[in-house]
Design a protein. Structure first.
Length: 70
């Protein structure tokens, strides 16, 4: 039960941090608008895929989980 409690606490902290990041994301310059992010606009249609942003967030999450395992 101890490990489940620890997992839930860490998960909650991560969710709170992600919530704060999403709230403040509009104030972070270039967040979601990095070179390599795909934006296609054609008439009434627009498609946006933040490829570079996803890669950077994945690297950051991997680093955080690596730190938590140590």
């Amino acid at each position: 039960m101890f490990s489940l409690g620890k997992f839930l606490i860490v998960s909650g902290i991560i969710l709170i941090a992600l919530g704060i990041i999403f709230i403040l994301a509009k104030n972070i310059p270039y967040f979601g608008h990095l070179p390599g992010d795909i934006l296609i606009r054609r008439g009434n249609f627009s498609f946006y895929f933040p490829l570079t942003t996803c890669i950077l967030l994945s690297i950051l999450a991997s680093f955080v989980f690596w730190l938590l395992r140590k």
